[in-house]
Design a binder for this molecule. Structure first.
Ligand code: AMP
Ligand code: ZN
Length: 476
């Protein structure tokens, strides 16, 4: 059995993965901030992390995957290099949409769970919300006070980076220099000791309207800083030291550097042993952003007529440490490839009888399996693993065995190849859930809401008709 090798941002080398507990991986991945629909860049990170999890499972590990839901405290300032500045994304979205921050969180959390299913991302075993873990975050801040690593100003409680010499070890001096260069004009609180000190607890402003999300604390009414939730929740569910922490490359310099400082500062123990960072997705060769009109969502992909799994296939074509460029043409190419692979797999499994395999064919199958595992083990080389799948598809392995092997590999790729067949269709979970929801609002005679849900079902490429025995779902 090959050992898994992974690039560790902490050491800036590819290392052999050594778990804390034999054949077990504790993995924490930074989840969505639930103030809007995630864009396809976020989904690239989530799908890449899912591929990592599935790879470990394929290699015989059990994985405990924890992914947080950020539903408070993530301010807009991190776009400028300081997560302590700006407005709370949740409260800003609430104002814009005319809902409460709690409703916004609920709506986008549910949407995230639906879209996650559409993209075949396995459900994390724990999906903790920041707002459900306020007490844990407060205790962690208290531990930092006890160790002399925190101080209070009139506006907030901060982590004192000067007292933590290892600050910024993730990402190295280059990233620190870059932050210094952009930092000076951003300081908002002149009682801060050092510009890199970051908020552990923010006190609610005493002027202006009251915040919707705020809690009592030993330091006054307020809300947690963004970074502290990840430290508190990862250590609660995975222990003070765990195996893997992952997220997008944008988190290296600030969010993850701060998570390390808080966690190691409080416990005196190493936090995560391996740091895995996913490179960015670009669109049409450039940055993606809401203001550029190219921050596409999963719903945009569906509206353009693509199966969400086509997007997943597209992600498989790039190595996670290289930037990947999204274009609609590239998605079209992914659609053609996925259809082809689905048809080959389906046709292969139609053969009625299993041929007795020759020594040569058995060796061929073993060889493919070895190459597939080798690709995965070399720092999760998914494009290479996908190339092996194509070699299998084009090989002369007899039908049923070919389909079996492709389906075995699909446990990692997650393209649902085992379930696909040409004439019939699967009703996706998202459609099913909408149909169930629609039935219940119809029972309550809420026809307007039933119509809205029907339109959502149609947007997913399906229609629903009501019959005496219940709803009938059709493909459009
Ligand atoms: P956020 O909701 O902003 O915390 O982002 C969720 C995840 O998506 C994080 O791991 C980010 O690092 C990642 N991410 C954000 N934008 C992109 C992008 N364009 N490409 C890849 N990953 C991204
Ligand atoms: Zn995080």
């Amino acid at each position: 059995m090959m050992n898994m090798k992974l690039y560790n941002t902490l050491t800036r080398t590819i290392e052999e993965f050594k778990p804390i507990q034999e054949k077990h991986v504790g993995m924490y991945t930074c989840g969505p901030t639930v103030y809007a629909y995630p864009q396809i860049g976020n989904w690239r990170a989530f799908v890449s992390e899912d591929l990592l999890r599935r790879t470990f499972e394929y290699l015989g590990y059990t994985v405990t995957h924890v992914m947080n839901i950020t539903d408070v405290g993530h301010l807009t300032g991190d776009n400028l290099g300081d997560a302590d500045l700006g407005e709370d994304r949740m409260e800003k979205a609430a104002k814009k949409e005319g809902k409460t921050a709690w409703d916004i969180a609920k709506f986008y959390t549910n949407d995230f769970i639906h879209s996650r299913e559409l993209l075949h991302i396995e459900a994390p075993q724990v999906l903790p919300k920041a707002t459900d873990h306020i007490a844990e975050q407060i205790s962690l801040v208290q531990a930092l006070f006890e160790r002399g690593l925190a101080y209070k100003t009139d506006k907030a409680v901060y982590f004192d980076v000067a007292k933590f010499p290892a600050y910024g070890k993730l990402g190295g001096q280059k990233l620190i220099d870059k932050r210094v260069a952009t930092r000076d004009e951003l300081v908002e609180d002149d009682q801060k000791h050092h510009p890199f000190d970051f908020a552990l607890w923010k006190l609610s402003p005493t002027d202006g309207p009251r915040r919707q999300m705020e809690w009592e604390s030993p330091w006054g009414v307020g809300f947690p800083g963004w970074h502290i939730e990840c430290s508190a929740m990862s250590m609660k569910y995975l222990g003070e030291t765990f195996d893997i922490h992952a997220g997008g490359v944008d988190h290296i310099a600030i969010h993850h550097a701060n998570e390390i400082a808080q966690s190691e500062g409080a416990t005196g123990k190493p936090f995560a042993n391996y740091w895995v960072h996913i490179a960015f997705l670009t669109v049409d060769g450039g940055r993606m952003g809401k203001s550029l009109g190219n921050a596409y969502t999963v719903q945009d992909v569906i509206t353009k007529g693509f199966d969400p799994l086509v997007l997943r296939y597209f992600y498989l074509t790039g190595h996670y440490r290289k930037q990947l460029n999204f274009t609609w043409d590239a998605l079209q190419a992914a659609a053609a490839a996925l259809t082809n692979l689905r048809e080959i797999t389906w046709r292969s499994q139609q053969e009625k009888e299993r041929t007795v395999l020759s020594e040569e064919k058995l060796a061929l199958i073993d060889g493919f399996r070895k190459q597939f595992i080798e690709a995965l083990s070399e720092d999760l080389n998914i494009p290479q693993a996908l190339a092996v799948v194509w070699e299998v598809a084009k090989s002369n392995i007899p039908g049923i065995d070919k389909a079996d092997l492709i389906k075995e590999f699909d446990a990692v790729l997650g393209l649902g190849l085992a379930d696909w067949h040409p004439e019939s269709f699967e009703i996706p979970n998202a459609v099913n859930q909408l149909v169930v929801e629609r039935t219940s609002v119809r029972d309550e005679k809420d026809w307007a809401q039933a119509d809205i849900l029907r339109k959502q079902i149609q947007a997913l490429g399906f229609d629903v008709q009501d019959s005496a025995t219940g709803p009938i779902v059709k493909k459009l």
